[in-house]
Ligand binder design. Sequence first.
Ligand code: NOJ
Length: 665
Amino acid sequence: MKQLLKLLFLALICFTACSSDNKQPLVSSPDGSIRVHVGIEEGKLYYSVDKNDKVILNKSLLGFVLKDSELNKNFKITNIEESSFSDTWTQSWGEETTVDNKYNQLKVDMEESAGLKRKLSVVFRVFDDGVGFRYEFPEQENLKDFIIMDELTEFALADNHKAWSIPYDTEYYEGLYKAAPANELDTVCTPLTMETKDGLYLTIHEANLTDYAAMNLMPENNTSVLKTYLSPWSTGEKVFMKAPGVTPWRTIIIANKPGDLILSRLMLNLNEPCEIEDTSWIKPGRYIGIWWGMHMEKYTWYQGPKHGATTENTIRYIDFAAKHGFSGVLVEGWNDGWQNDWTKEGDKFSFTKAYSDFDLEKITKYAAMKNVRLVGHHETGGSTVNYENQLDSAFSLYQRYGVNAVKTGYVSPLLDGKEMHSSQYAVRHYRKVIETAAKYHIMIDNHEPVMPTGLQRTWPNLMTQEGLRGQEYDAWSQDGGNPPEHTTIIPFTRGLAGPMDFTPGTFNFSNPVFPNTRVQTTIAKQLALSVVIYSPLQMASDMIENYENRPEFEFITSCPANWAKTVVPDAKIGEYVTIARKDRDSENWFIGSITNAEKRNLSLPLTFLDNGAKYKAKIFKDGKDADYKTNPYRVEIEELDVTSDTVLKLELATSGGTAIMILKQ
Ligand code: NOJ
């Protein structure tokens, strides 16, 4: 029935058979502002994009180099098909409850005019907030199993925009996003976010990466023409492909302001609808963990005198979680196999054998009594073969004990000693883990992943992922920790790829192991990050003893992890960002505002609140003279009555923040 209704929305506007190369297909967004032109010149296929008559992408090449031939020339258009689609779908969790999916589509079918006469199609979907397109390889005699050596897709930028990126070879994507003119970029990962001189914001990324290699970009000969570079297999091939088959969608968000990048749902819309019929077992929530203690070297992962994952310690954490309303307790180092260098010997890990001082049965029974769940942990040390061999038994063990979320990890520069985390090899593995976990009703928090591309729409048990430089760098990074601007950039770069398990919420900034490394924020900014950084499984990172007797902890324990609505009242990439989110289960709003190393005053009109309604605001703000270097702990808590007419004055300290809860009366 659902499918039938969807089909009703699909209105086929026109269907034109055409064999002329001169025909210039064109498709516009529903509001008419964005246009994509497609054309063939001397047998090669090109597209270009404009918005309100301003060029976004100049003529950009499409096509492939295959192992045994080229698939990028002698094309003629054989058919053009236009259609429109409009639908609204509901997310079981997310930054809002419903998502509008409205676009105009153009499908261009081509065929080589000589030789093997192979067929290739490109499908463009143009939304009001950007463009997605993908290649389709139809079933055909002369193209069955084939190997892609190079995808030639270009993004010929109209200018050398300011671009925020991390280099392609950044280990686990855990880098600091730097701004540079687009033509000076190295090979970089996507999402690649840019600001144009005309004040537009563009993000290039991809959607629905399921059996392909991740896309990276590199400027062609120091120009602003960005070319695709797919992450290779160790043997040099990029993608093993079959026809019929499709590539991931290549996406370009085009926004008038930075906040609109965050509100774009183009990537999710370009993923397939949910595959899981009953999603009632998928539950967003907040968790704590026996975790920061390991990073601060108070505990060890392996069994010994400083072992963190003991039954006694876990029960202490469960009691704390129950008292403060956390839904989960992550415990790392519970299982056999942690040794000195587990990043090289991941195949020693057992995912079913607990250390003798960790009583899984006793712990999970106790947790159930307290209405808390253990969050499981599978660190693979990059050995996917060892993990896949145990996958079913590992998930079924956890399911038997009521563990409904597992954090996975792949710490090792290469998977199985040879393949990149962004290769087709890795993509296939991660996908298998998500689908297997769903069979056992287990949610996944994937660390050291491939860059996310919106698969959570199809598999909403894929809750959150790392693939970014998280708070753990404030424990041991040799460069001193995450600089103040980092969290004012990631919502507009990595954050556009999906939820981030950044793990904010550290309350004790002293670092006995690396005294020159520490959290470079104020406490109020740590609170605000719970809202600014979106993750449906949101961690409070610190050891529980550091939360005792801290009144500001109330913000973390009150802040939901699932939202009905998100708005971005104000932002400037790399400088500051304010995000307001409405709770999925109440009429309350939560706001986070953060700044870089500059202190600043912002004004925040609460126009997003219901007109005429009364609210009580509880504001957690940087205290007098707060400063992230000299006085980071000073926080003030203030209460006041507000309405949608109220304009709050926010005073953010250097690397400071304000966190606000607004409760409807
Ligand atoms: C790296 C992860 O990011 C971190 O959260 C985890 O504690 C370690 N790997 C061990 O699995």
